[in-house]
Design a protein around this ligand. Structure first.
Ligand code: BGP
Length: 482
């Protein structure tokens, strides 16, 4: 029996602020991402209120996709991509966020990309908001913690659905919406204003400060997402619109019931808090106690309740990189993860940034989520951040990346056998791009190398790695030949 359905959507993913560059070209306004100074593996990223011409802002150049898009799409086509996940920079379409008219040049930039994708037999999958918003919305309105921002987003989403009707069928409203539960993601997504010079650090628990504001901002994003789903379906019945959750997969450190309880509650808060609202159309039962105990009082109207119930998503998509460990014990060895910190798992290997590599966790996660929602699932981010070495002959032999993908694709195949309805897989950063967490260019995920480094050296030229040819073979054989 074949491991994957014959119409399985193989592909890769990027995000505008990490990849496009051209941050102020052709009418684009500054976004929340454009105000973040680059960090490195040891230094957190920092926010500044005014652009300092001497500082390095990773999003200002990205991988210069803006000027390399034709070449890049050809590479994706050569690998046999069926789907390409990309995001639209909101401030390329509405430079300030509250503008009346959209920026035509911004709309045309994406239109030519979608047209070319179709010529190449690639289905675009568009993230409407991937960790950025027009900076003006944060400055003038306080970002997503202000209800007014819902209307600006809905107008933006509606513009996209109308403009790209027939060109785009797959959409995601907000990238990793559950990261609004943590301060790092909340700022990047434009949820909160920050003090000048503030550092963006990962948070361990989804707790931390400014809970009231963050959960209010999250609620408004839920409402905005549900409205967008409703409008997207009204404009084109063929639109398939998904949620996007940062997949949190955790194990209890010991068999002590307290550890299991803590793990289950973490799972609830990370995955099902947002999943339930977006898939089932209402907040989960455990939300009430969480709000009460943390003294969170939401502005939540009857109209909100109705739209949440109507605007449920067609599929559940998520990112999956690693897993974590939960325990009530205090003094454990810590390990990093995607914007998280938890306890080190002695049974797993770690990448150079200390993220656990856990392919079986992906199978567990797929089963867990499918068991709860029973709607189609898509893995829209998965990959290995690594330092790649260019050999004297120009080759890049990234066998470690091939091993990582092999194991995760096998885990997906097993989950499909388990009965999970998995419809697609877009690997993260299919062409090298800037890291969201650290702002580094040298944390690479791609099948294609971009000649640019953390010292801002290099001409942005593109070079296929060994994994490029491997993924091409994997897609051509529909996942049989790994
Ligand atoms: C996810 C984001 C992506 C991406 C990825 C990898 O949270 O949706 O934008 O960057 O993580 O993380 P990093 O770039 O920090 O390695």
């Amino acid at each position: 029996m074949a491991k994957f359905p014959k119409d399985f959507l193989w592909g890769g993913a990027t995000a505008a602020n990490q990849y496009e560059g051209a941050w102020n070209v052709d009418g684009k306004g500054p976004s929340t991402a454009d105000m973040l100074i680059g960090g490195d593996v040891n230094t957190p990223r920092r926010f500044t209120k005014t652009i300092d011409p001497n500082a390095y802002y990773p999003s200002h150049q990205g991988s210069d996709f803006y000027h390399h898009w034709e070449e890049d799409l050809n590479y994706l086509h050569e690998m046999g991509f069926k789907v390409y996940r990309l995001s639209i920079a909101w401030s390329r379409i509405f430079p300030n966020g509250d503008d009346i008219e959209p920026n035509r040049k911004g709309l045309e930039f994406y239109r030519q990309i979608f047209k070319r994708c179709h010529e190449l037999g690639i289905e675009p999958l568009v993230t409407i908001s991937h960790y950025e918003a027009p900076y003006h919305l944060t400055e003038a309105y306080g970002g997503w913690a202000n209800r007014k921002v819902i209307d600006f987003f809905v107008n933006y989403a509606q513009t996209l659905f109308r403009e790209y009707r027939g060109l785009v069928h797959y959409w995601l409203t907000f990238n990793e919406i559950n990261m609004l539960q943590a301060p790092f993601g909340a700022y990047m997504a434009g949820a909160l204003p920050l003090e000048d010079g503030a550092e963006l650090k990962p948070d361990t628990s989804g707790a931390g400060d400014r809970l009231q504001e963050r959960y209010q901002a999250l609620h408004y994003q839920f409402v905005a997402s549900a409205k967008a789903v409703q409008i997207g379906h009204a404009i084109d019945l063929h639109n398939e619109i998904g949620c996007m959750i940062a997949g949190g997969m955790d194990y209890p450190l010991t068999a002590r019931p307290e550890d299991t309880f803590k793990t289950d509650m973490a799972d609830n808060m990370r995955n099902f808090f947002c999943g339930d609202v977006q898939v089932r159309g209402e907040y989960p039962p455990f939300a009430k106690r969480f709000f009460e105990e943390n003294n969170i009082k939401l502005d939540f109207t009857d109209a909100d309740r109705q739209i949440l119930a109507i605007g449920t998503v067609d599929f559940y998509s998520f990112s999956y990189y690693s897993s974590g460990v939960e325990t009530t014990e205090k003094n454990t060895d810590k390990a990093a993860g995607n914007q998280t910190v938890s306890t080190r798992n002695p049974y797993l290997k770690y990448n150079d940034w200390g993220w656990a590599m856990d392919p079986l966790g992906l199978r567990t996660y797929l089963n867990r989520v499918y068991g709860r929602y029973q709607i189609p699932l898509m893995v829209v981010e998965n990959g290995l951040g690594a330092f790649d070495k260019v050999e004297a002959d120009g080759s890049i032999n990234d066998d470690y990346r091939i091993d990582y993908y092999q194991a995760h694709i096998n885990a997906m195949a097993e989950a499909i056998k388990d009965g999970v309805d998995l419809i697609g897989y877009t690997t993260w950063g299919c062409i090298d791009l800037v890291s969201a967490g650290t702002g580094q260019m040298d944390k690479r995920y791609g099948f294609v190398y971009v000649n640019r480094n953390d010292k801002q050296e290099g001409d942005f030229s593109r070079h296929p790695k060994k994994s490029f040819y491997w993924y091409k073979k994997a897609i051509a054989s529909n996942g049989e030949d790994l």
